[in-house]
Design a protein around this ligand. Sequence first.
Ligand code: TXA
Ligand code: MG
Length: 322
Amino acid sequence: METQVFKLDIWNPDGHAIDYAANCIRQGKLVAFPTETVYGLGANALDPIALKRIYQAKGRPSDNPLILHLNNPAQSRLLAEVDERAYRVMQKFWPGPLTLVLQALPCVPTEATAGLSTVALRMPDHPVALALLESSAVPIAAPSANRSGCPSPTNAQAVWDDLNGRIDVLLDSGSTEIGLESTVVDLSGKDALLLRPGGISIDRLENFLGCPLETPAENEVRRSPGTRHRHYSPGIPVFIWNEKAYPSLNSSVCSGFIGMHMPKNSFFDAVIFDSLENYARGLFAAFRSLESKGVCEIWVEWPEARGIGLALQDRIRRAAQG
Ligand code: TXA
Ligand code: MG
């Protein structure tokens, strides 16, 4: 298939391109689109055949459920059991980088939930995503628009590199603002569970909920199927940098470095960020650019655990495990 690319002004997206893409969604086709976190690979969330195409295009394991994107909180009631606590959280944090896992209603296809009783919902804070949702008038299921296991795409080039020829449309409105995926919180039971740290900080959520977020027990994989799979890794080894690890830095291979403070050692190439926010925004693109420059291994500085730093630590830990 040929992938059609439309370049869009984020603040004033061309209505014809949006309507064309929305039509594709309604016809069961695949449309990659920008959000404030990362690019998503979208399909009509109510069309089981279109959902199967998402898994095929990404090479995604069929037991990893999808996030359904909405363009207003009220729409959530058509897809999930929404109690008062969940609705208050939506009104406070939507649109924004927060995904809520709730009990699914029977109309949600099993391809979206991977057979779980729950469904993940999010309203993205991005003019192009919201315009696409509005024009297509259906919820859009969208995982990150990368090949399964690779770093999430934070610009259209990364989507193109991974999915050209496997998707129908790519809406390009430049680099994404946050650069890491949404925070995923399970509100389907009594306790609020943190399934994935992300764009909304844990402090802000806990302050609003008035209680600490629990983390699911290690063995409770059912809660967060995505965390079982290898994630966010480039195709080359990633190591966490600390000065003491220096002796194991193999000078015979060309090493790359990503972080906020350039070490004294010599690296073949380095990407240095001047703030934690820019580090989060640029981590995945830095993985991709160093790999494309022929670096054989990447050393990544461990960031501070404040604000977006917790989500950054999570992605770096996973990449280093891959
Ligand atoms: O920022 C984001 O969340 C991006 C943009 C495109 O919205 N999307 C994204 O999707 O990161 P994806 O598929 O890469 O990650 C979705 C995560 C996975 O870890 C998945 O396991 C989890 O959400 N998830 C989805 N439905 C779930 C459910 N019913 N129960 C538990 N976890 C669920
Ligand atoms: Mg993903």
